[in-house]
Design a protein around this ligand. Structure first.
Ligand SMILES: [Zn+2]
Length: 373
């Protein structure tokens, strides 16, 4: 068993020697100055100011010294640790400022750089087409009117002079909803919007009604159980066939260009009297009935089959019975109405030959035609 170690000279404890403390301090200061990033400085802090760093170990030794020796050793180690901590804080500040400045540069977004982002697609040509048509009429002071797709039988038929026993009622193949006694249909034309307009507004009325309609048609290149119509209705004092013709000629020219006008052929519709089929100057031969085959040879125009005209829609003077059903005084007011397929009109304008192309959701169609009609 040994007694107290009287030979032990605490001042000579290695970590507490003046030169050892200075060496530890200098090593720390050099390492701090050399730290080039916050990450490196973090490691430097652990190595030179952490719990297991030389100066921390030296600090721990002070407690083992006799009281007389503690003061001097304590001051020496404390001063060295203070210098290291001060250097660490200063370096930290410098590195943080550099880091922030670098982030500002590195994270700058150059909004002018080209990107390979997903294409935005385009609006459907039916949407832009319906808007284009509506705009032609809005420019003449007309209003756009819309109505529900699921419609009361009375508004779809009866109000338009298509009574339950009217033979023309079977001309339109109708989707009926269940139960039948509710008398609700998928609208077969946009005409109920006209009826609704007359029932809710005072004459004079100038409205254009683009919208989706439904009939139990086959689905093929020229038919679809769902298609789009645009109808127009003008109710005012002294409205005549001349106003109708002038309006449709303007519509045709705006839609297909200078020189494209309309022709009327007598027809029958229950809601107009007199009624007419509307033909359009053939937009391919422009009424010439023949086209250049490419070698100077003139051949019959295939689009209009040599007619010079193509069918576009129907029109007429509003039947007074319709005016009465919709609360308009036929003694004071008269009106005209017309309707044509938006899909068909767009096919004319774009050269599409298959109606189904418009309904099958292929983005190549919308990107090609969607941004502009
Ligand atoms: Zn033609």
């Amino acid at each position: 068993m040994s007694g107290p170690n009287t030979d032990y000279d605490p001042v000579e404890v290695t970590p507490l020697k003046a030169e050892e403390v200075e060496a530890a301090r200098d090593a720390a200061l050099t390492a701090i100055a050399a730290a080039n990033s916050l990450e490196e400085l973090k490691q430097t802090r652990l190595d030179h100011a952490g719990d297991r760093s030389p100066l921390a170990l030296a600090n721990r030794e002070i407690g083992a010294l006799p009281p007389a020796a503690r003061k001097e050793a304590g001051q020496r180690v404390g001063k060295a640790r203070g210098a290291v901590n001060q250097a660490l804080a200063a370096r930290q500040k410098v590195l943080e400022a550099e880091h922030e400045a670098r982030m500002l540069v590195e994270e700058t977004v150059d909004v002018t750089l080209p990107t390979d982002r997903v294409p935005a697609g385009g609006r459907h040509p039916l949407t832009t087409g319906a808007e284009y048509i509506a705009d032609i009429f809005v420019a003449m002071g007309w209003e756009v009117a819309e109505g529900p797709l699921i419609e009361a039988e009375w508004l779809n038929f009866d109000a338009l002079n298509l009574g339950p026993d009217h033979p023309a009622r079977t001309m339109q193949d109708t989707f009926w909803t269940e139960p039948a006694e509710n008398h609700v249909v998928l609208r077969t034309h946009t005409s109920p919007v006209q009826a609704r307009t007359m029932l809710t507004r005072e004459a004079p009325i100038y409205v254009v009604c683009p919208g989706r309609v439904f009939r139990t048609d086959e689905y093929d290149a020229t038919h679809s159980p769902m298609f789009h119509q645009v109808e127009g209705l003008a109710i005012d004092e002294g409205i005549s066939m001349a106003n109708l013709k002038g309006t449709l000629d303007h519509f045709a020219t705006q839609m297909f260009g200078e020189g494209i006008v309309t022709r009327f052929r007598p027809s029958y519709f229950p809601f107009t009297e007199p009624s007419a089929e509307v033909d359009l100057t053939c937009f391919v031969c422009r009424g010439a009935q023949v086209v250049d085959a490419g070698d100077g040879q003139l051949v019959t125009c295939r689009t209009c089959k040599g007619e010079g005209w193509i069918e576009w829609g129907g029109c007429g003077i509003v039947n007074p019975r319709v005016l009465i059903a919709c609360g308009v005084d036929p003694e004071r007011y008269s009106g005209f109405a017309f309707g044509m397929g938006i899909d068909r009109t767009l096919m004319f304008r774009t050269g599409l030959s298959d109606l189904r192309t418009l309904f099958e959701g292929d983005v190549r169609l919308t990107t090609a035609f969607g941004s502009e009609l």
